[in-house]
Design a protein around this ligand. Structure first.
Ligand SMILES: O=C(O)CCC(=O)C(=O)O
Length: 320
């Protein structure tokens, strides 16, 4: 049994609070069953979707990029390939790599996150050619950092609803380094209908929300209120998890001295319209959300925050 920090809660793993993810590799030759699994669980976890060596090469390319940004980020006296962070390098020091094409579209990174393996996978899943947003959410998550519970629909709902996220850890990432946790069933269980009709339907950029866009940092505020089951696992380089825009997910806290590197990539059928904010070479986003939104809006007045909205929607603010 391991003690894990999942957002702001400390939980045992594995336990009823946080179970182990099961992979769906046995369904890879049965696309209808794979699609049914994606809808019933809200995700499919595929071991070895990517080539392991290519993922390890991509990780090194990202670390090399960070190393070349200057001193003070990776710990001196340790091999840079280890990805050990300088103790002082936390929020604001780890480079923000989301949508930064110089690193997200570098050869080694592109080869993994938009290489032929994911293209073929999604082509099979959609029954037609697949396309992916140009914007890539490449993340370096430092010690004590994590992502709060949210659905992706609040960030990217202006194109087709046949849009899926593929989360790819770049390297072997144990739960203690900050893995993605899924709330199984949250995309369709009846307990989520008000949550999905209010928060889940929000376009947070449109309403000018200030902050991360997360619903909460407390996993129990989701599972104990609306149902579903939190699950995660230790990921190996090559593994990926694919999930719907309505699946609630968050991450465990990175409690190690190593940088957790991962990328979320969005996929949809090629014939469908895409959210225009994430297509092209330059991205014009009004806000900074996710981890980058933590400090946004702290000093602003008259802007909606998630707490104000939750009150309006009739949700209790915090759980004991
Ligand atoms: O990597 C993370 O911590 C968050 C990723 C995420 O929210 C996503 O893939 O949609």
């Amino acid at each position: 049994m391991r003690r894990i920090k999942l957002g702001t809660r400390i939980v045992d793993y594995p336990s009823d609070d946080l179970k182990q993810l099961e992979d769906s590799n046995h369904l890879l030759d049965n696309v209808e069953a794979l699609k049914a699994e994606l809808q019933s669980k809200g995700y499919i976890y595929i071991k070895g979707l990517h080539d392991r060596q290519e993922v390890l090469d991509a990780r090194l390319a990202v670390l090399d990029y960070i190393r070349n940004l200057g001193e003070g980020k990776l710990k001196e006296g340790t091999a840079w390939e280890q990805g050990v962070l300088d103790e002082r390098c936390g929020f604001g020091c780890v480079p923000y790599m989301e949508g930064r094409n110089d690193v997200t579209h570098s050869e080694a990174v592109s080869k993994v996150i938009e290489g032929h393996r994911p293209f073929e996978f999604f082509k099979k899943l959609f029954g037609e050619d697949a396309k992916t947003f140009d914007f890539k959410w490449l993340r370096g998550i430092h010690r004590e950092a994590f992502s709060g519970a949210h659905v992706d629909n609040v960030y990217m709902s202006r194109g087709t609803d046949q849009l899926y996220t593929m989360w790819t850890p770049l390297g072997d990432v144990d739960i203690e380094m900050g893995t993605l946790a899924m709330c199984e069933g949250s995309n369709h269980l009846p307990g989520y209908s008000h949550f999905q009709d209010t928060y889940g339907n929000c376009d947070i950029e449109n309403i000018g929300l200030e902050g991360t866009g997360w619903f909460t940092t407390d996993p129990f505020e989701i599972s104990k209120q609306f149902g579903g089951q939190w699950k995660t696992t230790d990921f190996k380089a090559g593994d990926a998890i694919i999930f719907t825009m309505r699946t609630v997910h968050m991450s465990s806290v990175n409690s190690t001295e190593k940088l957790r590197i991962s990328c979320d990539t969005r996929w949809q059928p090629a014939s469908q319209s895409a959210d225009p904010r994430y297509v092209g070479n330059e991205f014009h986003l009004k806000g900074a959300f996710g981890l980058a939104g933590i400090d946004e809006g702290r000093n602003k007045k008259n802007v909606p925050t998630i707490d104000i909205l939750k009150k309006q929607w009739g949700f209790p603010l915090a759980m004991a």
